[in-house]
Design a protein around this ligand. Sequence first.
Ligand SMILES: *[C@@H]1O[C@H](CO)[C@@H](O)[C@H](O)[C@H]1NC(C)=O
Ligand SMILES: *[C@@H]1O[C@H](CO)[C@@H](O)[C@H](O)[C@H]1NC(C)=O
Ligand SMILES: *[C@@H]1O[C@H](CO)[C@@H](O)[C@H](O)[C@H]1NC(C)=O
Ligand SMILES: *[C@@H]1O[C@H](CO)[C@@H](O)[C@H](O)[C@H]1NC(C)=O
Ligand SMILES: *[C@@H]1O[C@H](CO)[C@@H](O)[C@H](O)[C@H]1NC(C)=O
Ligand SMILES: *[C@@H]1O[C@H](CO)[C@@H](O)[C@H](O)[C@H]1NC(C)=O
Ligand SMILES: *[C@@H]1O[C@H](CO)[C@@H](O)[C@H](O)[C@H]1NC(C)=O
Ligand SMILES: *[C@@H]1O[C@H](CO)[C@@H](O)[C@H](O)[C@H]1NC(C)=O
Ligand SMILES: *[C@@H]1O[C@H](CO)[C@@H](O)[C@H](O)[C@H]1NC(C)=O
Ligand SMILES: *[C@@H]1O[C@H](CO)[C@@H](O)[C@H](O)[C@H]1NC(C)=O
Ligand SMILES: *[C@@H]1O[C@H](CO)[C@@H](O)[C@H](O)[C@H]1NC(C)=O
Length: 865
Amino acid sequence: MERSLALLLPLIGTLAIIHIVQAQSQQGFISLDCGLPANERSPYIDSNTEIQYTSDATFIQSGKTGKVQANMEDRFLKPYSTLRYFPDGIRNCYNLNVEKGRNHLIRAWFMYGNYDGHDNSPRFDLYLGPNPWATIDLHKLENGTREEIIHIPTSNKLQICLVKTGETTPMISALEIRPMGNDSYITESGSLKLFFRIYLTESKNYIRFPNDVYDRQWIAFFWREWTQISTTSDVGTSNHYELPKAALASAAIPTNASAPLAIEWTPPNPNTQYYLYRHFAEIQDLQKNETREFNMLWNGDVMSSDPVIPDKLDISTFYSSSPRTCDEGDCNFQLKRTNRSTLPPLLNALEVFTVIKFPQSETNETDVAAIINIEATYGLSRINWQGDPCVPQQFRWDALNCSNTDASTPPRITSLNLSSSGLTGNIAAAIQNLTQLEKLNLSGNDLNGTIPQSLQRKGGLQLFRHGNPRLFPSESPTVSTGKSFPVVIVASVASAAILIVVLVLVLVLRKKKPSTVQVVHPPPSRPTMNVPYANSPEPSIEMKKRRFTYAEVMKMTNNFERVVGEGGFGVVCHGTVNGSEQVAVKLLSQSSTQGYKEFKAEVDLLLRVHHTNLVSLVGYCDEGDHLALIYEFVPNGDLRQHLSGKGGKPIVNWATRLRISAEAALGLEYLHIGCTPPIVHRDVKTTNILLDEQFKAKLADFGLSRSFPVGGETHVSTVVAGTPGYLDPEYYQTSRLGEKSDVYSFGIVLLEMITNQPVIDRNRRKSHITQWVGSELNGGDITKIMDPKLNGDYDSRSAWRALELAMSCADPTSARRPTMSHVVIELKECLVSENSRRNMSRGMDSLSSPEVSMVFDSGMIPRAR
Ligand SMILES: *[C@@H]1O[C@H](CO)[C@@H](O)[C@H](O)[C@H]1NC(C)=O
Ligand SMILES: *[C@@H]1O[C@H](CO)[C@@H](O)[C@H](O)[C@H]1NC(C)=O
Ligand SMILES: *[C@@H]1O[C@H](CO)[C@@H](O)[C@H](O)[C@H]1NC(C)=O
Ligand SMILES: *[C@@H]1O[C@H](CO)[C@@H](O)[C@H](O)[C@H]1NC(C)=O
Ligand SMILES: *[C@@H]1O[C@H](CO)[C@@H](O)[C@H](O)[C@H]1NC(C)=O
Ligand SMILES: *[C@@H]1O[C@H](CO)[C@@H](O)[C@H](O)[C@H]1NC(C)=O
Ligand SMILES: *[C@@H]1O[C@H](CO)[C@@H](O)[C@H](O)[C@H]1NC(C)=O
Ligand SMILES: *[C@@H]1O[C@H](CO)[C@@H](O)[C@H](O)[C@H]1NC(C)=O
Ligand SMILES: *[C@@H]1O[C@H](CO)[C@@H](O)[C@H](O)[C@H]1NC(C)=O
Ligand SMILES: *[C@@H]1O[C@H](CO)[C@@H](O)[C@H](O)[C@H]1NC(C)=O
Ligand SMILES: *[C@@H]1O[C@H](CO)[C@@H](O)[C@H](O)[C@H]1NC(C)=O
């Protein structure tokens, strides 16, 4: 059957439009007459459709305007006679405001009309935001073409882009956007690309607005094997599809009453998926002894279990929520009467769509708004700053880089190079809204004022501002550096930082005779070093010296005189800088030069991490074979010692334990969510929770444990990450330690704090602490679980709560473990509960603050010995 679909395209201006005068709202309509010359009136009302068209000038920044060749003007009536073409740039985009989450009919018209006199029909691509929509090829389409989809935008901004793909210049004649109802044309997958939309009549009229409230265009279609039936009665149209009454007032029936009514077409490609919307209404007066009943068939198969019996003078719309494909060859839609039907089938109107998918997410809306604001603030005009900033990648805006994960994740802007762009005035506030920015180059402009705090403080942002002599950091406007420096440097450890450096503890340190080391005189300008204490303001990073010579290390430790500990991977010596500031110096020896760079990168990273509950790394030494890490000195030992009562350390009470664990949790939370990229501690355990003179908890050794094998060179291949008993059981399956691995280890710490039991005890029936607690929990007696050394002096609600929290942290499945932020909240609440009990039991302290007290409760200071 020869059923050319070209027949289904409306021929502009040659067909009469059915026109029943009727006031219809055009609310939400966007009707752009592209290229409408400035000297013509805009907006204007099109006399055929009553649609109000406006010029496209304010919706696009680029392009030139044109008009179809004069002798074709009667073929291409307004709004299709003028056009906009795009000789410059690869991608040019319209920016339109729509309603996110709502179905919209989106239609674009392309009428070449030899506007340029070259008689060379263009071919180019049409994009919807970052996704390809159609290839427009006007060759052999002398009357032009249009593309139409029904689509639900994912943001309130809609971008329609024309992309140059060859020699010819993209052009567009008109753009029409119509918001639709919520309850129609809902599909399981993808958007709907119009294939054809027909109503069955022998007339030649086509229907659109105002008869169709959504301005769908219904093409009159009829076949010679059919007979038309029609009605002058009013046909009910009140289902969600809001069909024009005129489209239902006529219908086709097969002339041979026993033959099926069939519509066939050849698919453009065999995998094409279709959605069919079939609209029926009984428009004949049926006698008592007459019935019309028929089945719908798709390539010979019945489409629905029940046959169709059209309602009298009322619409029924049939569709399926999943798409259909055609078998080999043609697509064949048939209506076949059933045995009991006395009348042939009828069809009033039919819409066929193909499925079009738009899988690529648009860039995060907040980022898009920010970059557009930045563009406007500085009056930047870059030819390719059009359309989505990040995607598709080949059209990414100049000067930007973005995170590109999978298509379903909105990309984020990660770097911005605005160097030498003639920027003046202050740093645009909108830059702070680019929350994922890692690199910002503002060099070589004439910016003034101060750098916002958030840009200086933001973890992971590299800011380059060289060559802006009037721009100052907000803290110290007097600091004027001649060279660019990163305000915060964070080495990218994303993939990196498997720190392959193999560092071995210097077990034989004391065998090394100091005399073999060349002692040099202190350099003329001694470095000043500030040990950052929690309540002292952080010195600005660029002012501090971080790298020390070996001679300086020897001096500060008085030739390694006082060994204060031996960790898993190093001997720790006490040291003093500037005669008074105390430091802990961890000595390492480098057995391999491989990975040195990564070591350096990681140290650089850790040097920038500051939190009151983290032991600060204040410097390092790398001179030849001599490696040392210099930490803030934390004088009061570790939590393990205090729990065990060993080494003369007292046993801490329940409230103090809760506070210490809450503080350690805060430190860990900071590593996980306050740092970019997040830092995984990898070795959370009670011996890594240190206590300062005020008994404040400080987490030590974060981020480094993966770098240090235990046991020296012979174990190079088995890099140990973590400590047995504390190690995430999922690690054995995935070999990856993530934030949730730290949560597991923290759960073990909590269990130790609650029970004061060893983490692993081979003599215990249940050797691992989680198994032991798990089996004791069955008894339901918390006093059997709690540390007996607490003598029952605790609030059992806070104890239960802490215990439940600990067990959920130590869940074998990482997905079921809480985040550290959640842990912090829970522990603070446990502490509130415990503190209120203590206050009540003391019958005093009406002045005590009801809020969480993270400050030290003087009643818990360990006695001076
Ligand atoms: C274009 O429209 C004219 C009538 O205006 C018609 O004669 C011609 O066949 C059409 N061309 C195509 C390719 O459809
Ligand atoms: C569409 O749905 C939203 C909520 O889902 C509702 O607020 C809005 O009024 C609906 N619009 C129409 C036209 O039904
Ligand atoms: C009418 O259709 C039936 C069923 O398709 C067919 O058998 C019959 O030959 C047709 N009659 C005419 C006159 O074409
Ligand atoms: C229905 O009844 C009318 C008379 O009322 C008769 O003329 C007609 O042939 C009948 N139609 C059928 C299909 O039986
Ligand atoms: C309709 O008639 C055909 C033969 O004419 C028969 O095969 C079929 O089973 C009948 N269907 C029903 C539903 O009676
Ligand atoms: C976009 O980024 C903002 C700010 O970071 C965030 O709050 C929002 O959830 C993001 N939106 C999407 C869709 O990811
Ligand atoms: C953009 O970032 C990606 C990583 O996200 C990187 O591989 C690529 O080299 C960067 N491109 C530019 C031009 O900086
Ligand atoms: C940053 O932009 C400047 C000016 O546009 C340009 O000269 C420079 O090459 C760009 N740098 C990078 C790394 O893209
Ligand atoms: C920042 O831009 C300046 C000027 O274009 C350039 O010299 C410098 O290398 C850039 N810095 C980075 C890190 O891209
Ligand atoms: C910054 O520069 C702009 C113009 O370049 C000027 O109007 C403004 O007064 C300057 N602000 C300061 C604080 O110097
Ligand atoms: C930053 O983002 C917030 C929230 O999205 C918005 O209210 C604010 O206007 C934005 N600021 C700028 C300068 O764009």
